[in-house]
Every structure is written in structure tokens, then in C-alpha cells.
Ligand binder design. Structure first.
Ligand code: AMP
Ligand code: MG
Length: 404
């Protein structure tokens, strides 16, 4: 058995990115840039106006109010070539328009009488005011987004601003999902006596998608050698394989043996975590293989704590664990020392602090409290439980948390 922390570091030490691809910027949101992006030109490319107003020489405006002749007009998109601000004159200018030669300040229209032929400036003028200077944002040749950065709308904006329609990103791994068990029927059939719907495949596919990867549903391996050989073999063709069930020590638990027979090398089996103890991890060449317990609660928790960070790392993300924060317990949480315990929680914020209460029945067979959980507490192995009023470390559960 390995500890929770050992399991995580074994997994993260073994996984790597699966190549890169160039994709259109429109598709790049949430992806990770695979090369440094270098500015091909200055941003902005020329000195321009930060306000709608008048381009002036500050030296002409030493006494206020000051009257100037308006000799030109520069809307956004206009070229400033051939336009000069002569002494005693002003050029009407719009935000974003290039500033003409001869001027060293822009006076906002609000600080003038808004005159057309002549303008009166009502406020003192400082050199350089309301100018956006060439290259003040990014100078040509500077790396403006580093490789390994997750692309958000601001990165999209800047990449687009530099004309980069295609961007190099890490590829999304394909993730094979295989359920095992003779009791399973596929979604769409009504389960008969002794049968249950293969809900894990759907929930794993959803979680894989939420983590940014591409699920490949392999179906169900029945509790016999031939079926396992066929389906596991198929699953090993993907970049990652996740199986559910058949990984405990029961008579029908064939997953680990057959994976070994197919050439996968087991890195660990059994983790000091509750729920989710029977989890196994193996490598088949460079393909990580996660064998998760079949109980839907255990499957989802082990995905969350072990598989999700691996899938993020495989897509080039630097930060793969959800941030932990402290919450004050509304009630005691019982626990025996020895294993990390995962507790499903409801959260509230009050007076700037987070408060947590159990989401309800914490037994592995109770799915309802997974549905109700907003956060997860990872109680350390050594802990012998926490009292009401104690602080525990928690992380949100899910990417789209709405707290009432
Ligand atoms: P096992 O790990 O095979 O002992 O399964 C543990 C529990 O999880 C049993 O109650 C199974 O019926 C249930 N289970 C196994 N696979 C699935 C699945 N694909 N979808 C939903 N429940 C499952
Ligand atoms: Mg089974």
C-alpha cells in the first residue's frame, strides 16, 4: 500500500505530455501554449491618443484658458502622415488615432469648449498627457506569453493582436474508459434483477471532458479472461486508460492480472485513502493506466484526486491540483488515524470565513451526498478526527461551483 501523497507523486512522475498541435485561436481557450510567443512588432505600433480631444503642444498652453486654432482632424484609423501641429494650433483627435508630428499632449474634449474651428482649453496641460507611447505595452522581440501558460481570453486577445491565428498547444489526450462487471447493463436498458446500469462510464466520460481530454468509451468487460483481454487491449490504444471495478481482491477481479499479461507494469496497488483504497496505477509503455474501484463514489473521488491532476499535467498545465483553503467545521468529523479520509462537504461563507458541514451520509454506497457536495476535505492520514470549530483544508469539487 502507498500513501495518498506517494500515489500522487508516482502518478505525476510517470505522466507526460502527448505532443503538440497548431490550432486556431478560437479553439485555444483553456489549452496550454506549447511554445513561447514572441511579439513580432511593438504594441502599440505608434504613439496614439488615449482620449477623444485635441493634440496640442504643451508649451503653447502655459496660461489657461488658452485659445488654439484647429487645423486638422484625426479619427481612429486615419494616418497622421503629413499632419503637423503648428505652434498655436491643435488637431482634433479621436481615441486610438496616431498622434501627429509636433504635438506632445492630448487634451480631452471634456477639458475644452469642444470648439470646431477654434478651441479653448480650460485646464492646465502637462507634456505627454493622454499619450499611449509606442511599445509601452509590449516591445517587439519580447516574450509576451510563456510556454506552459493556460490560454484565457486575455491571452487570446494578445495573440490575436499580434496576428497569430494558429497557436501551438499541447494535444488533448484520448482517454479510454472501460467498465468491468457481469452485473452491468448499458444506459438505455432497464436493469433486471441483479443488474445495474453502467453509470461509471458516463460519469468518467463527463469528468474526462471537464478535465479537457477526449473520452473514448470502450464499453463493458465481462468478468472473464477473454473479455478482459479484448477490451483492455482495445483501451490500451488510447493515450490513457481508465477502468472501473474489478480491482479489489474479489474472485472476479481480473483487471490487474490481465493488464500485467498485456505488458502493463504496475506502479502501485492500494492507496491509504478512504474511500478509494483499491486503486491501482500502471504504465503500459508511456500510457498511464488507472484502475479505479467500481463503487461510483470511489470511482469519482479517485478520479478527482488522482486522475484529474494527471490529465491536466498531460495537457501541459503547471498547476494541476485544486487550490486548498481553510474552512471551519460546523460539526465534528470522526476519523481513525491511518488513512487519508475524503469527506463530502457543503460550504457557506460568513464574515469573510468559510464554514463547512458534512454533505450527509459519507458511506461509499451513498451517491446522493456526492451530488450535494460542493467541496471535499482531505483529512490527513495522521488525523484522529476534527471537532466542531476546528479548521480543515478543503478544495472545491467541480469546475462550476455555485454557492447559494
Ligand atoms: P467491484 O469493484 O467490482 O467490487 O464493484 C463495486 C461496486 O460498484 C458494486 O456495487 C458494483 O455493482 C458497482 N459498480 C461497478 N461497476 C460499476 C459501473 N460501471 N457503474 C456503476 N456501478 C458500478
Ligand atoms: Mg465487479
Amino acid at each position: 500500500m502507498v500513501s495518498f501523497e506517494e500515489a500522487r507523486s508516482i502518478i505525476l512522475d510517470n505522466v507526460q505530455t502527448v505532443g503538440t498541435e497548431r490550432i486556431h485561436l478560437l479553439e485555444a481557450i483553456g489549452r496550454v501554449l506549447a511554445e513561447d510567443a514572441t511579439a513580432p512588432w511593438d504594441l502599440p505600433l505608434w504613439d496614439n491618443s488615449a482620449m477623444d480631444g485635441y493634440a496640442v503642444c504643451a508649451g503653447d498652453c502655459l496660461t489657461i484658458p488658452c485659445r488654439l486654432r484647429v487645423t486638422g482632424f484625426l479619427p481612429a484609423g486615419a494616418k497622421a502622415d503629413g499632419i503637423t501641429v503648428e505652434s498655436g494650433c491643435a488637431v482634433r483627435i479621436m481615441t486610438g488615432a496616431p498622434v501627429p508630428a509636433g504635438c506632445d499632449a492630448v487634451v480631452p474634449v471634456e477639458e475644452t469648449d469642444n470648439g470646431q474651428e477654434e478651441v479653448t482649453l480650460l485646464e492646465p496641460v502637462k507634456r505627454g498627457q493622454h499619450f499611449r507611447f509606442r511599445a509601452e505595452d509590449v516591445a517587439a522581440g519580447v516574450i509576451f506569453v510563456r510556454s506552459g501558460t493556460t490560454i484565457r481570453p486575455p491571452e487570446v486577445n494578445m495573440l490575436a493582436g499580434f496576428g497569430m491565428a494558429l497557436v501551438p498547444v499541447y494535444r488533448r489526450p484520448t482517454v479510454a474508459i472501460l467498465s468491468t462487471g457481469d452485473e452491468l447493463v448499458e444506459l438505455g436498458r432497464t436493469p433486471g434483477p441483479g443488474e445495474i446500469i453502467n453509470s461509471n462510464t458516463l460519469s468518467l466520460a463527463a469528468a474526462v471532458r471537464e478535465a479537457g481530454c477526449i473520452p473514448r468509451i470502450i464499453g463493458i468487460a465481462r468478468d472473464n479472461r477473454e473479455s478482459h483481454l479484448e477490451k483492455l487491449g482495445e483501451g490500451l490504444k488510447a493515450d490513457v486508460l481508465i477502468t472501473s471495478a474489478g480491482v479489489s481482491a474479489g474472485d472476479c477481479d481480473l483487471v490487474r492480472d490481465i493488464l500485467e499479461e498485456l505488458g502493463a507494469i504496475q506502479k502501485f496497488w492500494k492507496v491509504g485513502i478512504k474511500p478509494g483504497g483499491p486503486t491501482a496505477f500502471a504504465m503500459y509503455g508511456s500510457t498511464p493506466v488507472f484502475s479505479l474501484p467500481g463503487n461510483p463514489v470511489s470511482t469519482m473521488i479517485t478520479f478527482e484526486e488522482f486522475v484529474r491532476p494527471a490529465l491536466l499535467r498531460m495537457q501541459g498545465h503547471r498547476r494541476v491540483l485544486r487550490p486548498l483553503f481553510k474552512a471551519v467545521l460546523r460539526e465534528a468529523l470522526k476519523k481513525k488515524p491511518g488513512k487519508v479520509q475524503i469527506v463530502r462537504l457543503r460550504l457557506e461563507k460568513e464574515g469573510g470565513r468559510w464554514y463547512a458541514a458534512s454533505a450527509g451520509n459519507q458511506q461509499t454506497a451513498i451517491l446522493r451526498t456526492m451530488v450535494d457536495a460542493q467541496a471535499i476535505a482531505v483529512l490527513p492520514a495522521a488525523s484522529s478526527g476534527s471537532a466542531a470549530g476546528d479548521e480543515v483544508e478543503v478544495h472545491f469539487y467541480g469546475n462550476h461551483i455555485e454557492l447559494e
